[in-house]
Design a binder for this molecule. Sequence first.
Ligand code: PBG
Length: 329
Amino acid sequence: MGFPTIRPRRLRATSSLRALVRETSLAPSDFVYPLFFHAGIEEPRPIRTMPGISQLPVSHAAEQAKGLVARGVRSAILFGLPKTKDATGSSGLDPDGPVPRAVKAMKSAAPELVVMTDVCVDEYTDHGHCGILRTRRDGEVEVDNDATVEILARMAVMHAGAGADIVAPSDMMDGRVGAIRRALDGAGFETTAIMSYAVKYASAFYGPFREAADCAPQFGDRAGYQMDPGNAREALREAALDEAEGADLLMVKPALPYLDVLRDVRKATNLPLAAYNVSGEYSMLHAAAAAGMIDLDRAMMEVLTSIRRAGADLILTYHALRAAELLGG
Ligand code: PBG
């Protein structure tokens, strides 16, 4: 009986052997840390549904930037909570809004930190949808794609003007990557990169974020512009469209329920690929750990490793600081 003489088990005998042959690495520089800046608060306001995460006053931006760099985390993505909201999200275009102010503070405190901004109107609209609404002739309310794209392009230019390195449209409107690219180039921001939320599913796992960013839709849902969880091929079409329109990085969101999609997109593109380990994915680990069901740190590292293994270069994750700490950052 000719058994092979080299067996995988031999390479598991010690932790140094395991480390030598590990296929997937995890480092603090793989993470992008999401931050919520609120224009109307003076002190951090803990988010009830996301243990350890708070809405922050802009006055904390510089300190956050330095803290991330000190841990080896190289990037943050910023969300804004304005003082006022209206039907067209006009506070999202205010150059004195929480996002542009926080971008400036973070870039001057830590110029090497790559600052990304979420470009979407849902944080700034009173109805909480990712687009400007209009009423069709049959009385149905729908998102006005082209009017929304125009606002997104202006928002992206405003964020670039504040110093954002990467703008990240998260709205899923058609044609927005190309429109944002043209607007950035036209305004002299040829070097500002675009990371598109190319593949974004209509997911229950955004639940806690809606409290964090105070943007739960006031009626209806987002299934009209976000993807159906049953579809995988459509993800490749979305990714290809955004790549053709000039996206510099692509993202798949959420991460865990869509690791197969992440793998498919990885094979279909040579662009850098990010995955968003979203709020619900974060909070469910915390909830299970608080109930004594799992070990939080181990589950977190396993989850982050699985997302890298599936093909993500970067992971947007609320676990970033703790994971970086465990990795020795
Ligand atoms: C939209 C946006 C959402 C998230 C990031 N950008 C909410 C949504 O699409 O409904 C969710 C992120 C998370 O759940 O952590 N601006």
